[in-house]
Ligand binder design. Structure first.
Ligand code: SF4
Length: 305
């Protein structure tokens, strides 16, 4: 059997496709990235986002299976595929790095987020030992691991095992108590700790959480996901961290209306993300002095306030 894998809209390692690949390879099937010049028995096509265009060409296969949030928010992998190890070779991932989830879901319902609708309330999913399967580092894509007692026990286990991790979807600063800060300061992080900072109120919450973690000895970076909505408020929130310290790195994400696939992202959001997300630019110039295009300075945005 010849299997093709195709991702429509993302270069990020796709966990589902990695598992599908291993599932088929274990059955002696040939698996490769889809090549339109070659016929396939089955092609798996993944679309991550709801707002990106679909693959618009003919797919040369007897059977096509679509998956991912961009196609069907409710579709999940069959259990026999979901619980197997991913095939890291399709993305040439280094041998000591694993990808996975310890928990699924989130108890919150932020209006820009698809997770509660897709995964429901938070629940235990896998054990860190199952995820790493002997590797020393893990990218963990949990959406709100601190909201789960199981997640906190998993973090204790991560510390005990000495696995280096990145919770790459961010942690919830509101949940960082003194005990949790102590725990987080003991984790070996891959580069940084990430938090969401999506509202004005979360500035103080992130301040509080990070000062607690620092108190217990953490000296690394904080990476802060910042949703962009209203210009004035978003600028104040993102720019707040610039004066704080070079350890705090905001990362802008334009607001996506989940009910409007044709939404047009305002130019200021693209420009603010361009400025904040390229650290060399963010560190060296203020947003007002940033020129994303010839003849345009972002100070123009402030004239209409
Ligand atoms: S806390 Fe994070 S994962 Fe949970 S709903 Fe809000 S944005 Fe989504």
């Amino acid at each position: 059997m010849k299997i093709g894998l195709l991702v429509v809209d993302s270069n990020y390692p796709n966990l589902a496709l990695m598992k599908i690949s291993n599932y088929h390879k274990a059955r002696g099937h040939d698996v490769e990235w889809y090549n339109p010049l070659s016929p396939y028995d089955k092609v798996y096509i993944a679309k991550v986002f709801t707002f990106t265009p679909d693959y618009k060409y003919y797919i040369n296969a007897d059977q096509i299976e679509k998956g991912g949030t961009g196609y069907d928010i409710e579709k999940v992998l069959p259990i026999e595929i979901d619980r197997i190890q991913p095939d890291y070779s399709i993305y040439n991932i280094v041998p000591d790095l694993a990808y996975g989830f310890l928990t699924r879901g989130c108890p919150n319902r932020c209006k820009w987020c698809v997770v509660p609708q897709k995964e429901g309330k938070i629940s235990p999913y896998m054990d860190i030992e199952e995820v790493v399967a002997g590797r020393r580092k893990a990218i963990l894509m949990d959406n709100n691991v601190l909201a789960s007692d199981y997640g906190l026990h998993q973090i204790e286990k991560i510390i005990k095992l000495g696995v280096r991790v990145d919770f790459n979807q961010g942690l919830d600063a509101r949940l960082v108590t003194n005990e949790i800060a102590q725990l987080l300061a003991k984790v070996k992080w891959i580069k940084r700790i990430r938090f969401g900072c999506d509202t004005p109120g979360q500035i103080a919450e992130v301040e509080h959480a990070t000062s607690l973690i620092d108190k217990y000895g953490y000296k690394g970076e904080y990476f802060l996901y910042c949703i962009l909505m209203n210009f004035e408020e978003s600028f104040a929130r993102v720019n707040y961290w610039k004066s704080k310290s070079r350890r705090f790195l905001p990362h802008c994400q334009p607001f996506r209306d989940l009910n409007d696939p044709h939404q047009i992202i305002p130019q200021w959001q693209k420009d603010m993300a361009h400025w904040a997300d390229r650290k060399a630019i963010y560190m060296s110039c203020d947003f007002q002095n940033f020129s994303p295009r010839k003849g345009f300075l972002c100070s123009e945005y402030f004239k209409t306030l």
